[in-house]
Design a protein around this ligand. Structure first.
Ligand SMILES: Cc1cc2nc3c(=O)[nH]c(=O)nc-3n(C[C@H](O)[C@H](O)[C@H](O)COP(=O)(O)O)c2cc1C
Length: 373
């Protein structure tokens, strides 16, 4: 019998065992209504649940209404949001996959149009009116975008509380994993980056001060999130910009996160200034893998690699060479919901059909056997 590829080795994180190392990365669907999940979300996630993923992390979900990126983003700021989210969780659990949710606040990049409506800030005369945005400092993400209001300390505390409330609701919805969105120019990242944080109080200036907000969020979540459920943090490991956040800064952050019970750092990059999708334009396969490797080595914490990982062989090599512990894939899943099956075939999994549900596997296995005989 051939050995199991590393990609298909289970991974235990606290009380949750992922059946393999394949993760669907968070992907905004812009298809929610007042923050509520819709039929679209069920169809979309159903594909991945049937496709055999170990874990899916649901799209950036606003912990407050104002913290949504667009009016079509999911929210978890009301108890009424829990039921729709729990239906998505149930889909995954029914197929042996774990479900995570990315909790976020979009900060100065909130109140924008859906990408297919041209992205950028919502139009004051449009059908969906803009709302006031919030950030550590009153600096727009891009010239001409909303100028956010600089948060007062009392407002910072309210947002930290909103993250904790959201975490309680995520637990009630049955999620196995919370990922805190600390990347792509949204609120937590704008506190971290000197390019967007020019505060002179204890939330700005030194790295220790710039870390304060994300660490407060993690502490507030850790206080209410069950001990046996893992916590992930998505970081923009570097701003890729002069005077911006560096890999060393993120390694220091990762050490502090680890001390506060974060289990995995999901290593992305960029997005501090510019459009929401900036971080997606870098073309090279695996371009962010060195970031996952640097954080893993520097902070001694498990990492998830993401970004232009489309080929099973690359995914397997990243794991085999201990550069990361999990592989997250976004766009490739849009065209191939059964990517894990494709990977199992390509990597010589001893029984690739076992990755799929019996309703599919039975017939595909039989077809393969009859083709051989
Ligand atoms: C449609 C779409 C929506 C996305 N939404 C999110 C999101 O909600 N949160 C996030 O952290 N990243 C988001 N991303 C970024 C992806 O999670 C991922 O980091 C990026 O697309 C690179 O991975 P890929 O090359 O496999 O697509 C999104 C990407 C796409 C294509």
């Amino acid at each position: 019998m051939a050995a199991l590829p590393r990609l298909f080795e289970p991974m235990a994180l606290r009380g949750v065992t992922l059946k393999n190392r394949i993760v669907v990365a968070p992907m905004c669907q812009y298809s929610a209504v007042d923050g509520h999940a819709t039929e679209w979300h069920l169809a979309h996630h159903g594909r991945f649940a049937l496709g055999g993923v170990g874990l899916t992390i649901l799209e950036a979900t606003g912990v407050t209404a104002a913290g949504r990126i667009t009016p079509g983003c999911l929210g978890i700021y009301d108890d009424g949001h829990v039921e729709g989210l729990s239906r998505i969780v149930d889909l995954y659990h029914a197929h042996g996959s774990a479900a995570g949710i990315q909790l976020g606040h979009a900060g100065r990049k909130a109140s924008t149009r859906r990408p297919w409506d041209g992205a950028g800030p919502l139009d004051p005369d449009g059908r969906e009116p803009p709302w006031p945005t919030l950030a550590p400092s009153a600096l727009p993400a891009v010239e001409g975008w909303h100028t956010p209001k600089a948060l007062t300390k009392a407002e910072i505390a309210e947002i930290v509380d909103a993250f904790a409330l959201a975490a309680k609701r995520a637990d009630r919805a049955g999620f196995d994993v919370i990922e805190i969105h600390g990347a792509h120019g949204y609120l937590a990242h704008t506190f971290m980056s000197p390019l967007s944080n020019t505060r002179t109080d204890e939330y700005g200036g030194s790295l220790a001060n710039r870390m304060r907000f994300p660490l407060e969020v993690v502490e507030a979540i850790a206080a209410v999130w069950p001990q046996d459920k893992p916590l992930f943090y998505r970081a923009s490991v570097t701003d890729n910009a002069e005077g911006g956040l560096t890999v060393e800064d993120t390694v220091a952050l990762a050490r502090e996160l680890k001390a506060r019970r974060v289990d995995v750092i999901d290593c992305s990059s960029g997005g501090i200034a510019g459009s929401v999708s900036l971080q997606m334009v870098l073309p090279k396969p695996g371009f962010q893998v060195p970031l996952a490797e640097a954080v893993r080595e520097g902070a001694g914490i498990a990492t998830m690699a993401v970004g232009m990982i489309t080929e099973p062989e690359l995914a397997e090599e990243i794991l085999q060479s201990d550069k990361a512990d999990l592989i997250a894939i976004a766009r490739e899943f849009l065209s191939d919901g059964a990517w894990p099956y494709r990977a199992a075939e390509a990597l010589g999994h001893p029984d690739p059909f076992a990755v799929l549900p019996q309703q599919y596997a039975f017939y595909l296995r039989r077809r393969a056997q009859s083709a051989k005989s």
